[in-house]
Ligand binder design. Structure first.
Ligand code: GUN
Length: 295
């Protein structure tokens, strides 16, 4: 059996169309959601992510305030930009693109963002609220994964979800979100990582695998059971001289082999990727609604 492919681009487009309609309704009330974007330095991958975020805002009618700062920007200068955005009523969401240059302390910067504008969901206040199941901004990639599962009709309640990878951006939050006592969650979650002994022992028991290790071929066909649902969060560049740009993107899963055993699987690209920006737009619109007492 070959798996059905989860079309992340389509799901993302559906949600963006819903958001576009909400933004149009807000406009009738003279409300324009605004996103402040800050990029420090010229890392090519970060530049392309930030450009994609700004374009996506523009397409659905969200105002974006683009701040590209030099790699030499001091922590104090960056904190001043964050503070300006904290106090700017046109800005409903603040996004500081990570990673930051080494001379800047990431935790200090994330802590400086007003939690009411924390559309990335990385502020410790947001993380804490997520953990105890209170309403807050949910981090974009994990929330995108939960939405993909829900909109693909995957039952998570009682399912055994095995998450591979313990990053603050994906592994830890997605594990946390899926174990909440809530609709679209209620899973039994196992969190595996680089020190896990015999990863396959755990992944073979999974009804749903979320691969977020950051390494190609972390999940191979012998490590999954028939009928598993596989969400591949990996974005790895591998050399490919047949492509003009010299590389192609692959995930953390051996897609061709695993899809022969899985029931459902996300491709890379075109799976989780398009959902991340979509959930950022979702959080920005949500923040604008909350700031205006609509929710
Ligand atoms: N770097 C990699 N992923 C993300 C993300 O979701 N948000 C931010 N701000 N930076 C990132």
């Amino acid at each position: 059996m070959s798996a059905e492919i989860i079309d992340g681009k389509q799901v993302a487009e559906d949600i963006r169309n819903e958001l576009k309609a909400t933004v149009a309704e807000l406009k009738e009330k003279d409300i324009v959601p605004g996103l402040g974007v800050i990029l420090v330095g010229a890392d090519p991958a970060s530049q392309s992510y930030v450009t994609a975020k700004e374009r996506a805002c523009e397409k659905i009618g969200i105002y974006s305030d683009d701040n590209r700062l030099s790699a030499e920007t001091t922590q104090d200068e960056l904190l001043q930009v964050v503070e300006r955005m904290n106090n700017d009523p046109k800005i409903n969401g603040i996004l500081v693109q990570l990673p930051l240059p080494k001379h800047i302390d990431e935790a200090t910067v994330l802590l400086a963002i007003n939690p009411d504008k924390d559309v990335d969901g990385f502020h410790p206040m947001s993380v804490g609220k997520m953990m105890i199941g209170e309403d807050t901004f949910l981090p974009c990639t994990p929330n995108g994964i939960v939405q993909l599962l829900a909109r693909s009709g995957v039952e998570t309640s009682g399912a055994h979800v095995v998450v591979v990878g313990r990053s603050n951006i994906v592994g830890k939050p997605v594990a946390n979100m899926l174990l909440q006592k809530k609709e679209g969650a209620n899973a039994t979650v196992t969190l595996c990582h680089t020190r896990t002994k015999d990863l396959g022992h755990f992944t073979r028991q999974a009804d749903i695998i979320i691969a977020a290790s950051g390494w190609p071929n972390t999940i191979t066909a012998d490590m999954v059971k028939e009928g598993v649902v596989v969400i591949d969060v990996g974005v790895n560049r591998v050399e490919d001289s047949s492509r003009e740009r010299g590389y192609r993107l692959i995930g953390d899963v051996d897609f061709d082999a695993v899809k022969e055993k899985a029931a459902l699987i996300t491709p890379v690209p075109g799976g989780v990727g398009p959902m991340t920006i979509t959930m950022l737009l979702f959080n920005t619109v949500l923040s604008a609604k909350r700031a205006n007492g609509i929710d």
